[in-house]
Design a protein around this ligand. Structure first.
Ligand SMILES: NC(=O)c1ccc[n+]([C@@H]2O[C@H](COP(=O)([O-])OP(=O)(O)OC[C@H]3O[C@@H](n4cnc5c(N)ncnc54)[C@H](O)[C@@H]3O)[C@@H](O)[C@H]2O)c1
Ligand SMILES: O=C(O)C(=O)C[C@@H](O)[C@H](O)[C@H](O)COP(=O)(O)O
Ligand SMILES: [Zn+2]
Length: 359
């Protein structure tokens, strides 16, 4: 096994380790140690299961281990699939010391995490992320949820995992489009609060797209470190954590308006970050040159930077109003003062938002 990065989310008694390294899923003893009780439910999807489920099940073979293999994709992050996880837990007689393991990308992680938060009012939950996006973002921080047709992640809970184990060898089978989508959330950390990391990403963009193992490991570890710090300071998004939503109010509106079958989450966030940067510049809050630098990096990473055709600005703005950061119906956006300097802004004139959406 190559070098393992060890980080920790410092949340007192609910704190937990993040381990990042090649081959971690092959460490059967370490996997077993994450399941102290007898019941384990592995939630995964049909793309991931053929590659990695048998390894996880074999490691837990002394336990009462069951697997639920769901159809893949954002369109499956629903209350109906949540109900299937509940039914699987009931069928195996899972007790309060059960562990739910999420083996997959952010869809499986959000859904399984929400199920773990709800089963018997909360059971243990372990994240085994297999996409770049899940390794750098969704497996860390305890936001769990399902989507509604009306909006992204509208039904959910904060429920921290007991551990995150990111086996970077799983990225070998990840489709290229999914890898690029994950890079959008990596860029987000530089854009929102770390201009040096942004410059590092500019210097290593080609290596990242080429799946250079060293560059990927460093990008994952830095992203997790940034996220772990923010989550430790603001677990339930009362303030600073909102910055992790850079690009998301626009991005979620795009995903919802497309019925969760258009842009991938990371792609929508890429477009959303460019729109947030352009709006910041339009409002005179940030330099245009930084918006151009952000769009240029995302383009080099093969990510979209403009709205897909056929979306109505008015419909997108209506979707944005159901964003979870909004209070009393007042839109609240994450904008920036420039690279590495994101900020939360209230009271933005809807006409300015519509202008960016229509441009
Ligand atoms: N909770 C959070 O903090 C948080 C953060 C960011 C994103 N999210 C959520 O995460 C979701 C997006 O996650 P995602 O981008 O991982 O998408 P995903 O879970 O849909 O996975 C992407 C695709 O890759 C496949 N796949 C996964 N791992 C694979 C592997 N190793 N080899 C081959 N195929 C593999 C999946 O089957 C799927 O088709 C969205 O629902 C988003 O809202 C949550
Ligand atoms: O962890 C967070 O906080 C984030 O906002 C991370 C985002 O990348 C992620 O997409 C999250 O699920 C968005 O949450 P939401 O509360 O805006 O639905
Ligand atoms: Zn996101």
């Amino acid at each position: 096994m190559s070098a393992v990065h060890e980080l920790r989310v410092e949340l007192g008694a609910r704190g937990y380790p993040i381990r990042i390294g090649r081959g971690l899923l092959g460490d059967a003893a370490a996997l077993r140690a994450l399941v102290p009780g007898q019941h384990a439910l592995v939630v995964t999807d049909a793309h991931v299961a053929p590659h990695y489920l048998a390894t996880v099940q074999a490691a837990l073979s002394e336990k009462n281990v069951k697997a639920l293999v769901l159809p893949p994709g954002e369109q499956e992050k629903t209350l109906a699939r949540f109900g299937e996880v509940m039914a699987a837990l009931a069928a195996m007689g899972a007790s309060r010391d059960a562990t739910v393991l999420a083996l997959g990308g952010g869809v499986v992680g959000d859904l399984a995490g929400f199920a773990a938060a709800c089963w018997m009012r909360g059971v243990r939950f372990v994240q085994l992320p297999t996409t770049l996006l899940a390794m750098v973002d969704s497996s860390v921080g305890g936001k769990t949820a399902v989507d509604l047709p009306q909006g992204k992640n509208l039904v959910g809970a904060f429920h921290q995992p007991a551990a995150v184990l990111a086996d970077t060898a799983t990225l070998d089978t990840l489709p290229e489009r999914e890898l690029r989508a994950g890079l959008a959330e990596v860029v987000k950390y530089g854009a929102l609060g770390d201009a040096d990391f942004f410059a590092w990403l500019e210097a290593h963009a080609d290596a990242l797209v080429a799946r250079d193992a060293g560059a990927l490991a460093e990008a994952i570890a830095t992203s997790c470190a940034r996220k772990a710090g923010i989550v430790a300071r603001d677990e339930t998004e009362q303030g600073e954590r909102m910055l992790l939503n850079l690009g998301h109010t626009f991005g979620h509106a795009i995903e919802t308006e497309q019925g969760y079958g258009g842009l991938l989450h990371g792609e929508a966030v890429a477009v959303g970050m460019v729109l947030a940067a352009r709006l910041s510049a339009d409002l005179g809050r940030a330099p245009w040159v930084d918006a151009a630098r952000l769009a240029a990096l995302l383009e080099r990473l093969g990510l979209p930077t403009a709205l897909p055709p056929g979306l109505s600005p008015e419909a997108l703005l209506a979707r944005m109003r159901l964003d979870k950061k909004a209070l009393s119906g007042e839109l609240r956006l994450v904008l920036w003062r420039g690279l590495g300097q994101a900020e939360v802004v209230d009271g933005i004139d809807p006409a300015a938002i519509l202008a960016v959406l229509a441009d």
